[in-house]
Design a protein. Sequence first.
Length: 206
Amino acid sequence: MAIVPRIAVLVSGSGTTLQNLIERIEAGTLKAQIVLVIGSKLNIGAEPRAMSSDIPYETIDRKSFVDVASYSRKVFELIDQSQVDLVCMAGWLCLMQIPDKYRSKVMNIHPSLLPAFGGPRMFGRHVHEAILQHGCKVSGCTVHLVDDTYDNGPIIVQRAVDIGDKETVDSLIKKVQEQEHIAYPQAIALFSTGKLKVEGRRTRMK
């Protein structure tokens, strides 16, 4: 059954992905409602983006918690209170333990074609630097469901870009971000249909 999902967005940085979702929703090209934004540390760029759109914003500082389990419980406590249908990690850098009720209801976007160049310490600029150092001819982005391991859950959407002979880290970041801004709304739209199903490591539409 199709829904207009109530979304919590989890952020750790500037909030460019959050801003893209806000703009898509405001333009009517993405049917969703962002009801909560959670930041993993103090004074990040995502906060004023949420506040300027009148979206409730909470900071839950990862440094204030002793382990992944206690941090995850606090984050999902707030998510529960907001009656969220879908959790979207958007530049979120914290490992999480996903409660059973949210299995297949948490997404992340990663700036490579997973399973290549994922895992611990593979985030942001580090990913693009590693891709260029490896001499790859293509890169891209991946939206995937989240489990308890970094960058490991079933893939929903991937979009690829060519890497030119004179590609720089900055130019590759720009190319990939353009595709990220298409891929995440696509994945949310697929979730909204109610037909997105997980079979092992694969997602399918049923």
